[in-house]
Design a protein around this ligand. Structure first.
Ligand SMILES: *[C@@H]1O[C@H](CO)[C@@H](O)[C@H](O)[C@H]1NC(C)=O
Length: 173
């Protein structure tokens, strides 16, 4: 009841653990900290999040939703409109301007908010070694199946242009 009167809406943003692990390698606060640098910890959390999402969606279908970062990045305009609608907010011209200026080019360092959003989520393909990728996939098999992230069977398959790490449709969508 409390949640209803407060008009709370909750969005859970999920990312491919291969992308998360690659991104975290660039942060000096991460390596050496097991809660941050171990795929098994990350993916145990992703499994917990999936199970909690199932419960929350059943209980609060109009107040809770999940979003994969990759789906947002590949379709920033459509997904942003979608998310704003979920929160009951308008697609303000300033939001559109932000998307126009921040999703098309890579500018700045690791914490910059200017990114080519179509390629940014998938840098792990080039930046992680095949060994690192298989290690993550072994620890994350279940979490990746749940959230619709496709595992590569071998290096040849991974580097092919047509290899799509995303299983569609996104879960819960
Ligand atoms: C790589 O995996 C794909 C998909 O399972 C398969 O078709 C292909 O034969 C494999 N290639 C090698 C070199 O093992």
């Amino acid at each position: 009841m409390l949640y209803v009167s407060l008009n709370v809406r909750l969005l859970l943003l999920v990312r491919d653990p291969r992308g998360t692990m690659q991104s975290r390698k660039h942060r000096d606060w991460c390596p050496g900290n097991p809660d941050c640098d171990r795929p098994s910890h990350l993916c145990r959390d992703l499994i917990d999040d999936y199970r909690t999402s199932e419960i929350l969606l059943k209980k609060y279908p109009s107040r809770f939703r999940t979003l994969r970062y990759e789906d947002l990045s590949l379709n920033p305009y459509e997904m942003t409109q979608d998310v704003l609608q979920f929160f009951g907010l308008p697609f303000d011209p300033m939001v559109e301007e932000f998307l126009d200026t921040h999703t098309k080019l890579n500018i700045g360092g690791v914490s910059s908010t200017f990114r080519d959003s179509k390629t940014a989520p998938f840098h792990w393909k080039e930046d992680l070694s095949w060994e690192e990728i298989t290690e993550i996939e072994e620890d994350c098999t279940k979490a990746m199946d749940m959230w619709g992230y496709r595992r590569a069977h071998n290096y040849t398959e991974l580097i092919q242009k047509q290899f799509d790490p995303l299983v569609l449709p996104a879960p819960f969508s």
